[in-house]
Design a protein around this ligand. Sequence first.
Ligand SMILES: Cc1ncc(COP(=O)(O)O)c(C=O)c1O
Length: 480
Amino acid sequence: MNAHRRIGPASLARLLGAWRGEGGGPAYRQLADGLRLLILDGRLPLDVVLPGERELAAVLEVSRTTVTAAMARLRDDGFLERRQGAGARTRLPAGPGARGGGLMALNEAEGLIDMASAAPPAADVVHAAFAAALAQLPAHLPNHGYSAVGLPVLREVIAERYTRRGLPTTPDQIMITSGAQHALALLIRLACGPGDRVVIDHPTYPHAIDAIQRASCRPVPVGLPDEGWDVEGLAAAFRQAGPRLAYFIADFQNPTGRWMSPDARGAIVQAAARARTTVIFDETLIDLWLDGPIQPYAFDARADTVVWLGSTGKSYWGGLRLGWIRADVPTIQALGPRRVSMDLGTPLLEQLAAAHLLSGDEASLVARRDMLRARRDVLIGLVRQKLPDWKVEAPPGGLSLWAELPAPVSTSLAAASERFGVRLAAGPRFGVDGAFERFLRLPYTQAPEVLADVVERLASAYGRLRPAPAGQRPQVGTLI
Ligand SMILES: Cc1ncc(COP(=O)(O)O)c(C=O)c1O
Protein backbone atom coordinates (compact mmCIF):
# COMPACT_ATOMS: atom_id res chain seq x y z
CA MET A 1 0.00 0.00 0.00
CA ASN A 2 1.21 3.49 -0.78
CA ALA A 3 2.25 4.99 2.56
CA HIS A 4 1.79 8.63 1.49
CA ARG A 5 -1.34 10.57 2.05
CA ARG A 6 -2.89 12.68 -0.66
CA ILE A 7 -4.76 15.91 -0.42
CA GLY A 8 -7.59 16.50 -2.88
CA PRO A 9 -7.70 19.66 -5.03
CA ALA A 10 -10.81 21.00 -3.26
CA SER A 11 -9.28 20.56 0.21
CA LEU A 12 -6.07 22.25 -0.92
CA ALA A 13 -8.00 25.15 -2.42
CA ARG A 14 -9.91 25.54 0.85
CA LEU A 15 -6.68 25.59 2.84
CA LEU A 16 -5.15 28.14 0.47
CA GLY A 17 -8.09 30.49 0.94
CA ALA A 18 -7.53 33.95 -0.56
CA TRP A 19 -4.00 33.36 -1.83
CA ARG A 20 -4.14 35.99 -4.54
CA GLY A 21 -3.74 39.60 -3.44
CA GLU A 22 -3.90 42.86 -5.39
CA GLY A 23 -0.43 43.99 -6.44
CA GLY A 24 1.14 40.87 -4.97
CA GLY A 25 3.30 40.09 -8.03
CA PRO A 26 2.95 37.31 -10.58
CA ALA A 27 0.30 34.65 -9.87
CA TYR A 28 2.81 31.77 -9.83
CA ARG A 29 4.83 33.49 -7.11
CA GLN A 30 1.76 34.24 -5.01
CA LEU A 31 0.63 30.64 -5.36
CA ALA A 32 4.07 29.36 -4.38
CA ASP A 33 4.09 31.73 -1.38
CA GLY A 34 0.65 30.54 -0.30
CA LEU A 35 1.66 26.89 -0.49
CA ARG A 36 4.98 27.55 1.24
CA LEU A 37 3.19 29.24 4.16
CA LEU A 38 0.77 26.34 4.46
CA ILE A 39 3.72 23.97 4.74
CA LEU A 40 5.62 26.18 7.19
CA ASP A 41 2.53 26.67 9.34
CA GLY A 42 1.82 22.96 9.40
CA ARG A 43 -1.63 23.34 7.91
CA LEU A 44 -0.37 21.30 4.99
CA PRO A 45 1.44 18.41 6.67
CA LEU A 46 4.72 16.97 5.44
CA ASP A 47 4.87 13.92 3.22
CA VAL A 48 1.50 14.65 1.64
CA VAL A 49 1.12 14.14 -2.11
CA LEU A 50 -0.34 17.21 -3.82
CA PRO A 51 -2.98 16.95 -6.56
CA GLY A 52 -1.86 16.87 -10.20
CA GLU A 53 -1.10 20.23 -11.83
CA ARG A 54 -4.02 20.03 -14.22
CA GLU A 55 -6.54 19.34 -11.42
CA LEU A 56 -5.11 22.10 -9.26
CA ALA A 57 -5.17 24.61 -12.13
CA ALA A 58 -8.83 23.78 -12.73
CA VAL A 59 -9.94 24.20 -9.13
CA LEU A 60 -7.91 27.40 -8.61
CA GLU A 61 -9.05 28.80 -11.96
CA VAL A 62 -5.53 29.60 -13.16
CA SER A 63 -3.52 28.39 -16.13
CA ARG A 64 -1.57 25.17 -15.91
CA THR A 65 1.64 27.16 -16.57
CA THR A 66 1.02 29.15 -13.38
CA VAL A 67 0.75 25.96 -11.33
CA THR A 68 3.80 24.40 -13.05
CA ALA A 69 5.90 27.49 -12.31
CA ALA A 70 4.74 27.63 -8.66
CA MET A 71 5.58 23.95 -8.17
CA ALA A 72 8.99 24.39 -9.77
CA ARG A 73 9.75 27.26 -7.42
CA LEU A 74 8.71 25.23 -4.38
CA ARG A 75 10.86 22.32 -5.54
CA ASP A 76 13.85 24.65 -6.00
CA ASP A 77 13.33 26.03 -2.48
CA GLY A 78 13.15 22.53 -1.00
CA PHE A 79 9.45 22.50 -0.11
CA LEU A 80 8.42 19.82 -2.59
CA GLU A 81 9.97 16.59 -3.72
CA ARG A 82 8.97 14.73 -6.83
CA ARG A 83 9.47 10.99 -7.08
CA GLN A 84 9.12 9.27 -10.43
CA GLY A 85 5.41 8.69 -11.11
CA ALA A 86 4.43 9.47 -7.51
CA GLY A 87 3.43 13.16 -7.62
CA ALA A 88 4.89 16.07 -5.66
CA ARG A 89 5.28 15.52 -1.91
CA THR A 90 5.51 18.23 0.73
CA ARG A 91 8.73 18.55 2.72
CA LEU A 92 10.85 21.15 4.51
CA PRO A 93 14.26 22.37 3.39
CA ALA A 94 17.13 20.73 5.28
CA GLY A 95 17.90 22.21 8.69
CA PRO A 96 18.23 21.19 12.30
CA GLY A 97 15.20 19.29 13.70
CA ALA A 98 12.83 21.78 15.16
CA ARG A 99 10.81 19.76 17.69
CA GLY A 100 12.55 20.52 20.95
CA GLY A 101 12.36 18.93 24.38
CA GLY A 102 9.44 18.74 26.79
CA LEU A 103 7.08 21.59 27.47
CA MET A 104 7.98 21.43 31.10
CA ALA A 105 11.58 21.59 32.15
CA LEU A 106 12.37 18.49 34.20
CA ASN A 107 13.69 20.85 36.82
CA GLU A 108 12.34 24.36 37.05
CA ALA A 109 14.34 26.52 34.63
CA GLU A 110 16.47 28.66 36.94
CA GLY A 111 15.72 32.33 36.89
CA LEU A 112 13.50 32.12 33.80
CA ILE A 113 9.83 33.06 33.74
CA ASP A 114 8.07 29.92 32.56
CA MET A 115 5.86 30.69 29.56
CA ALA A 116 6.44 27.21 28.11
CA SER A 117 4.03 25.27 30.31
CA ALA A 118 0.34 26.11 30.32
CA ALA A 119 -0.60 24.94 33.80
CA PRO A 120 -2.14 27.07 36.56
CA PRO A 121 -1.25 26.72 40.25
CA ALA A 122 -3.36 24.55 42.56
CA ALA A 123 -6.91 25.64 43.25
CA ASP A 124 -7.30 26.57 46.93
CA VAL A 125 -9.69 23.64 47.52
CA VAL A 126 -6.91 21.12 46.85
CA HIS A 127 -5.40 21.28 50.30
CA ALA A 128 -8.78 20.77 52.00
CA ALA A 129 -9.52 17.82 49.68
CA PHE A 130 -6.28 16.13 50.76
CA ALA A 131 -7.09 16.79 54.41
CA ALA A 132 -10.50 15.15 53.97
CA ALA A 133 -8.88 12.26 52.10
CA LEU A 134 -6.40 11.74 54.91
CA ALA A 135 -9.24 11.55 57.41
CA GLN A 136 -10.82 8.78 55.29
CA LEU A 137 -7.62 6.85 54.78
CA PRO A 138 -7.82 4.64 57.92
CA ALA A 139 -10.93 2.92 56.53
CA HIS A 140 -8.83 1.73 53.57
CA LEU A 141 -5.69 0.65 55.39
CA PRO A 142 -6.86 -2.88 56.23
CA ASN A 143 -7.14 -3.57 52.46
CA HIS A 144 -4.14 -4.11 50.18
CA GLY A 145 -4.73 -0.80 48.40
CA TYR A 146 -4.13 -1.98 44.82
CA SER A 147 -6.71 -1.50 42.09
CA ALA A 148 -5.90 -1.35 38.41
CA VAL A 149 -9.26 0.22 37.58
CA GLY A 150 -9.59 2.58 40.54
CA LEU A 151 -11.59 3.17 43.73
CA PRO A 152 -15.33 2.50 43.30
CA VAL A 153 -16.29 5.77 45.00
CA LEU A 154 -14.28 7.84 42.50
CA ARG A 155 -15.47 5.85 39.50
CA GLU A 156 -19.02 6.51 40.65
CA VAL A 157 -18.48 10.24 41.01
CA ILE A 158 -16.95 10.43 37.53
CA ALA A 159 -19.69 8.30 35.95
CA GLU A 160 -22.32 10.59 37.48
CA ARG A 161 -20.52 13.61 36.07
CA TYR A 162 -20.78 12.24 32.52
CA THR A 163 -24.41 11.25 33.06
CA ARG A 164 -25.23 14.75 34.33
CA ARG A 165 -23.61 16.26 31.25
CA GLY A 166 -25.73 14.13 28.91
CA LEU A 167 -23.65 10.99 28.41
CA PRO A 168 -25.19 8.15 30.46
CA THR A 169 -22.32 6.27 32.08
CA THR A 170 -21.90 3.50 34.65
CA PRO A 171 -18.88 3.15 36.99
CA ASP A 172 -17.67 0.04 35.14
CA GLN A 173 -17.09 2.27 32.10
CA ILE A 174 -14.44 4.25 34.02
CA MET A 175 -10.78 3.48 34.69
CA ILE A 176 -8.80 5.78 36.98
CA THR A 177 -5.30 6.60 35.74
CA SER A 178 -2.34 8.65 36.90
CA GLY A 179 -3.23 11.61 34.68
CA ALA A 180 -4.61 12.00 31.16
CA GLN A 181 -1.14 11.48 29.68
CA HIS A 182 -0.97 8.04 31.29
CA ALA A 183 -4.49 7.36 30.02
CA LEU A 184 -3.49 8.20 26.45
CA ALA A 185 -0.35 6.05 26.60
CA LEU A 186 -2.45 3.13 27.88
CA LEU A 187 -5.01 3.49 25.11
CA ILE A 188 -2.32 3.61 22.45
CA ARG A 189 -0.81 0.44 23.91
CA LEU A 190 -4.18 -1.28 23.79
CA ALA A 191 -5.25 -0.19 20.33
CA CYS A 192 -2.05 0.07 18.32
CA GLY A 193 1.02 -1.88 17.33
CA PRO A 194 4.24 -0.57 15.77
CA GLY A 195 3.61 1.28 12.51
CA ASP A 196 -0.09 1.85 13.17
CA ARG A 197 -1.42 5.30 12.41
CA VAL A 198 -3.06 7.84 14.68
CA VAL A 199 -4.80 10.88 13.23
CA ILE A 200 -4.10 14.12 15.09
CA ASP A 201 -4.92 17.78 14.64
CA HIS A 202 -2.04 19.88 13.39
CA PRO A 203 -1.08 21.68 15.62
CA THR A 204 -1.83 19.64 18.72
CA TYR A 205 -0.69 18.87 22.25
CA PRO A 206 3.00 17.90 21.93
CA HIS A 207 3.01 15.12 24.50
CA ALA A 208 0.25 13.39 22.55
CA ILE A 209 2.58 13.36 19.53
CA ASP A 210 5.34 12.06 21.81
CA ALA A 211 3.12 9.25 23.14
CA ILE A 212 2.25 8.19 19.59
CA GLN A 213 5.83 8.26 18.35
CA ARG A 214 7.27 6.56 21.44
CA ALA A 215 4.87 3.67 20.85
CA SER A 216 6.43 3.36 17.35
CA CYS A 217 3.16 4.54 15.80
CA ARG A 218 2.83 7.16 13.11
CA PRO A 219 0.99 10.43 13.68
CA VAL A 220 -1.15 11.42 10.70
CA PRO A 221 -1.49 15.20 11.07
CA VAL A 222 -4.52 16.93 9.57
CA GLY A 223 -4.21 20.71 9.41
CA LEU A 224 -6.66 22.91 11.30
CA PRO A 225 -8.25 25.41 8.91
CA ASP A 226 -8.68 29.08 9.85
CA GLU A 227 -11.77 28.19 11.85
CA GLY A 228 -13.21 24.98 13.22
CA TRP A 229 -12.10 21.59 11.92
CA ASP A 230 -11.66 20.32 8.34
CA VAL A 231 -14.22 17.54 8.62
CA GLU A 232 -13.82 16.50 4.97
CA GLY A 233 -10.04 16.42 5.29
CA LEU A 234 -10.34 14.27 8.41
CA ALA A 235 -12.76 11.90 6.68
CA ALA A 236 -10.30 11.58 3.80
CA ALA A 237 -7.46 10.88 6.26
CA PHE A 238 -9.54 8.15 7.92
CA ARG A 239 -10.23 6.58 4.52
CA GLN A 240 -6.71 6.85 3.19
CA ALA A 241 -4.59 6.12 6.25
CA GLY A 242 -6.82 3.53 7.94
CA PRO A 243 -5.78 4.81 11.40
CA ARG A 244 -6.49 2.81 14.55
CA LEU A 245 -7.05 5.96 16.59
CA ALA A 246 -7.83 9.64 16.12
CA TYR A 247 -7.02 12.08 18.92
CA PHE A 248 -8.90 15.37 19.45
CA ILE A 249 -9.09 18.01 22.15
CA ALA A 250 -12.54 19.32 21.30
CA ASP A 251 -12.88 21.49 24.44
CA PHE A 252 -10.55 23.42 24.22
CA GLN A 253 -7.95 22.56 21.66
CA ASN A 254 -4.35 22.84 22.87
CA PRO A 255 -2.71 25.10 21.61
CA THR A 256 -5.40 27.03 19.69
CA GLY A 257 -8.15 27.09 22.37
CA ARG A 258 -10.79 26.14 19.75
CA TRP A 259 -14.05 24.48 20.60
CA MET A 260 -15.51 21.83 18.28
CA SER A 261 -19.19 22.19 17.37
CA PRO A 262 -21.56 19.27 18.03
CA ASP A 263 -22.11 18.92 14.26
CA ALA A 264 -18.39 18.55 13.62
CA ARG A 265 -18.08 16.03 16.47
CA GLY A 266 -20.96 13.99 15.10
CA ALA A 267 -19.60 14.02 11.54
CA ILE A 268 -16.07 13.13 12.66
CA VAL A 269 -17.25 10.27 14.86
CA GLN A 270 -19.37 8.90 12.00
CA ALA A 271 -16.56 9.14 9.45
CA ALA A 272 -14.17 7.49 11.91
CA ALA A 273 -16.63 4.66 12.59
CA ARG A 274 -16.85 3.95 8.85
CA ALA A 275 -13.04 3.51 8.82
CA ARG A 276 -13.13 1.47 12.06
CA THR A 277 -11.12 4.19 13.77
CA THR A 278 -11.61 4.81 17.49
CA VAL A 279 -11.93 8.50 18.35
CA ILE A 280 -10.34 9.78 21.55
CA PHE A 281 -11.68 13.05 22.96
CA ASP A 282 -9.21 14.43 25.50
CA GLU A 283 -11.25 16.53 27.93
CA THR A 284 -8.39 17.69 30.14
CA LEU A 285 -9.37 21.33 29.53
CA ILE A 286 -13.16 20.97 29.46
CA ASP A 287 -13.85 22.81 32.72
CA LEU A 288 -11.96 25.86 31.53
CA TRP A 289 -14.64 27.45 29.35
CA LEU A 290 -14.34 31.20 29.52
CA ASP A 291 -17.10 32.52 27.26
CA GLY A 292 -20.17 30.58 28.30
CA PRO A 293 -20.98 27.01 29.31
CA ILE A 294 -20.70 24.34 26.67
CA GLN A 295 -22.67 21.26 25.72
CA PRO A 296 -20.07 18.64 24.97
CA TYR A 297 -22.39 15.72 24.24
CA ALA A 298 -25.08 17.32 22.11
CA PHE A 299 -24.42 14.72 19.40
CA ASP A 300 -25.10 11.01 19.63
CA ALA A 301 -22.00 10.18 21.59
CA ARG A 302 -22.83 6.67 22.69
CA ALA A 303 -20.96 4.95 19.91
CA ASP A 304 -18.53 2.34 21.18
CA THR A 305 -15.95 3.83 18.82
CA VAL A 306 -15.47 6.85 21.10
CA VAL A 307 -13.30 7.06 24.21
CA TRP A 308 -13.06 10.07 26.53
CA LEU A 309 -10.08 11.07 28.67
CA GLY A 310 -10.40 13.27 31.71
CA SER A 311 -8.07 14.83 34.25
CA THR A 312 -8.03 16.92 37.40
CA GLY A 313 -4.72 18.42 36.20
CA LYS A 314 -5.98 21.72 34.85
CA SER A 315 -9.28 22.06 36.70
CA TYR A 316 -7.61 21.60 40.14
CA TRP A 317 -3.89 20.82 40.09
CA GLY A 318 -1.31 19.03 37.91
CA GLY A 319 0.38 17.72 41.06
CA LEU A 320 -2.59 15.45 41.79
CA ARG A 321 -1.57 13.27 38.83
CA LEU A 322 -5.07 11.96 38.45
CA GLY A 323 -6.99 11.21 35.27
CA TRP A 324 -9.41 8.68 33.84
CA ILE A 325 -10.67 6.86 30.77
CA ARG A 326 -14.38 6.60 29.90
CA ALA A 327 -15.03 3.81 27.39
CA ASP A 328 -17.32 0.83 26.82
CA VAL A 329 -17.08 -1.96 29.39
CA PRO A 330 -15.06 -4.40 27.19
CA THR A 331 -12.44 -1.69 26.56
CA ILE A 332 -12.09 -0.96 30.29
CA GLN A 333 -11.83 -4.68 30.99
CA ALA A 334 -9.15 -5.08 28.31
CA LEU A 335 -7.16 -2.13 29.67
CA GLY A 336 -6.73 -3.64 33.16
CA PRO A 337 -4.34 -6.46 32.17
CA ARG A 338 -2.39 -4.07 29.88
CA ARG A 339 -1.87 -1.64 32.67
CA VAL A 340 -0.33 -4.01 35.19
CA SER A 341 2.89 -4.27 33.19
CA MET A 342 3.31 -0.52 33.76
CA ASP A 343 1.85 0.17 37.20
CA LEU A 344 -0.60 -1.45 39.59
CA GLY A 345 -2.96 1.43 40.10
CA THR A 346 -3.20 5.09 41.01
CA PRO A 347 -2.28 6.19 44.57
CA LEU A 348 -5.23 5.86 46.89
CA LEU A 349 -4.92 9.15 48.75
CA GLU A 350 -5.03 11.06 45.44
CA GLN A 351 -8.11 9.12 44.40
CA LEU A 352 -9.87 10.01 47.64
CA ALA A 353 -8.89 13.67 47.25
CA ALA A 354 -10.12 13.66 43.63
CA ALA A 355 -13.47 12.19 44.74
CA HIS A 356 -13.86 15.17 47.10
CA LEU A 357 -12.95 17.68 44.43
CA LEU A 358 -15.18 16.22 41.73
CA SER A 359 -18.21 15.87 43.98
CA GLY A 360 -17.79 19.30 45.58
CA ASP A 361 -19.55 22.46 44.47
CA GLU A 362 -18.50 24.50 41.45
CA ALA A 363 -17.25 27.52 43.43
CA SER A 364 -13.56 26.84 42.91
CA LEU A 365 -14.04 26.24 39.17
CA VAL A 366 -16.00 29.47 38.89
CA ALA A 367 -13.14 31.31 40.59
CA ARG A 368 -10.58 29.62 38.33
CA ARG A 369 -12.48 30.57 35.19
CA ASP A 370 -12.82 34.17 36.41
CA MET A 371 -9.09 34.32 37.07
CA LEU A 372 -8.18 32.84 33.68
CA ARG A 373 -10.65 35.03 31.78
CA ALA A 374 -9.15 38.16 33.35
CA ARG A 375 -5.61 36.99 32.59
CA ARG A 376 -6.50 36.05 29.02
CA ASP A 377 -7.89 39.53 28.42
CA VAL A 378 -4.87 41.18 30.05
CA LEU A 379 -2.46 39.21 27.87
CA ILE A 380 -4.37 39.99 24.67
CA GLY A 381 -4.36 43.69 25.55
CA LEU A 382 -0.63 43.66 26.27
CA VAL A 383 0.29 41.81 23.07
CA ARG A 384 -1.86 44.10 20.93
CA GLN A 385 -0.25 47.13 22.51
CA LYS A 386 3.42 46.07 22.61
CA LEU A 387 3.61 43.64 19.69
CA PRO A 388 1.10 45.12 17.24
CA ASP A 389 2.18 43.03 14.25
CA TRP A 390 1.34 39.77 16.10
CA LYS A 391 -2.16 38.45 15.61
CA VAL A 392 -3.95 37.23 18.73
CA GLU A 393 -7.59 36.32 19.20
CA ALA A 394 -9.47 35.39 22.35
CA PRO A 395 -10.00 31.63 22.54
CA PRO A 396 -13.34 30.56 24.07
CA GLY A 397 -11.55 28.45 26.66
CA GLY A 398 -8.34 26.71 27.68
CA LEU A 399 -5.10 28.20 28.92
CA SER A 400 -3.28 29.85 26.04
CA LEU A 401 -3.27 32.15 23.02
CA TRP A 402 -1.95 30.84 19.73
CA ALA A 403 -0.23 33.96 18.45
CA GLU A 404 0.43 34.35 14.74
CA LEU A 405 3.72 36.08 14.00
CA PRO A 406 4.34 38.02 10.78
CA ALA A 407 7.44 35.95 9.94
CA PRO A 408 8.63 32.37 10.57
CA VAL A 409 10.80 33.23 13.60
CA SER A 410 9.22 31.28 16.44
CA THR A 411 12.26 29.11 17.22
CA SER A 412 14.73 31.98 17.04
CA LEU A 413 12.44 34.11 19.20
CA ALA A 414 12.28 31.32 21.81
CA ALA A 415 16.08 31.17 21.78
CA ALA A 416 16.42 34.95 22.05
CA SER A 417 13.80 35.18 24.81
CA GLU A 418 15.85 33.02 27.15
CA ARG A 419 18.44 35.78 27.12
CA PHE A 420 15.67 38.12 28.21
CA GLY A 421 14.63 35.78 31.02
CA VAL A 422 11.59 34.08 29.45
CA ARG A 423 11.18 30.42 28.59
CA LEU A 424 8.86 29.82 25.60
CA ALA A 425 7.53 26.82 23.72
CA ALA A 426 8.06 27.68 20.04
CA GLY A 427 5.37 26.85 17.47
CA PRO A 428 7.15 23.80 15.98
CA ARG A 429 6.80 22.01 19.32
CA PHE A 430 3.09 21.66 18.50
CA GLY A 431 3.56 20.05 15.11
CA VAL A 432 5.28 17.21 13.37
CA ASP A 433 8.62 17.77 11.64
CA GLY A 434 9.22 21.44 12.21
CA ALA A 435 6.03 23.18 11.08
CA PHE A 436 4.43 26.24 12.78
CA GLU A 437 7.41 28.58 12.72
CA ARG A 438 4.97 31.48 12.37
CA PHE A 439 3.16 30.63 15.59
CA LEU A 440 3.82 30.84 19.30
CA ARG A 441 1.79 29.53 22.21
CA LEU A 442 1.38 32.10 24.96
CA PRO A 443 -0.19 30.74 28.15
CA TYR A 444 -2.16 33.16 30.32
CA THR A 445 -1.68 31.18 33.51
CA GLN A 446 0.71 33.68 35.14
CA ALA A 447 -0.38 36.63 37.28
CA PRO A 448 -1.16 39.89 35.39
CA GLU A 449 1.96 41.68 36.65
CA VAL A 450 4.12 38.76 35.46
CA LEU A 451 2.38 38.82 32.07
CA ALA A 452 3.13 42.54 31.78
CA ASP A 453 6.80 41.87 32.51
CA VAL A 454 6.86 38.93 30.07
CA VAL A 455 5.42 40.96 27.20
CA GLU A 456 7.98 43.74 27.77
CA ARG A 457 10.75 41.14 27.61
CA LEU A 458 9.27 39.48 24.52
CA ALA A 459 9.01 42.84 22.78
CA SER A 460 12.72 43.44 23.50
CA ALA A 461 13.70 39.98 22.24
CA TYR A 462 11.48 40.32 19.17
CA GLY A 463 12.88 43.75 18.43
CA ARG A 464 16.31 42.20 18.08
CA LEU A 465 15.18 39.60 15.54
CA ARG A 466 15.44 40.18 11.84
CA PRO A 467 13.59 37.57 9.75
CA ALA A 468 15.82 35.57 7.41
CA PRO A 469 15.55 36.89 3.83
CA ALA A 470 13.16 34.99 1.53
CA GLY A 471 14.73 31.89 0.02
CA GLN A 472 17.01 31.20 2.97
CA ARG A 473 16.39 28.39 5.40
CA PRO A 474 13.08 29.30 7.02
CA GLN A 475 13.43 27.99 10.56
CA VAL A 476 15.77 30.51 12.09
CA GLY A 477 15.70 34.27 12.07
CA THR A 478 18.90 36.21 12.62
CA LEU A 479 19.67 37.63 16.02
CA ILE A 480 21.28 41.04 15.75
C1 LIG B 1 -4.70 18.43 26.14
C2 LIG B 1 -3.93 17.86 27.28
N1 LIG B 1 -4.02 16.55 27.56
C3 LIG B 1 -3.34 16.01 28.59
C4 LIG B 1 -2.53 16.77 29.40
C5 LIG B 1 -1.81 16.10 30.53
O1 LIG B 1 -2.74 15.85 31.52
P1 LIG B 1 -2.31 15.14 32.90
O2 LIG B 1 -1.59 16.14 33.73
O3 LIG B 1 -3.64 14.73 33.49
O4 LIG B 1 -1.48 13.95 32.56
C6 LIG B 1 -2.40 18.14 29.14
C7 LIG B 1 -1.51 18.96 29.95
O5 LIG B 1 -1.06 20.00 29.54
C8 LIG B 1 -3.13 18.70 28.06
O6 LIG B 1 -3.04 20.00 27.78
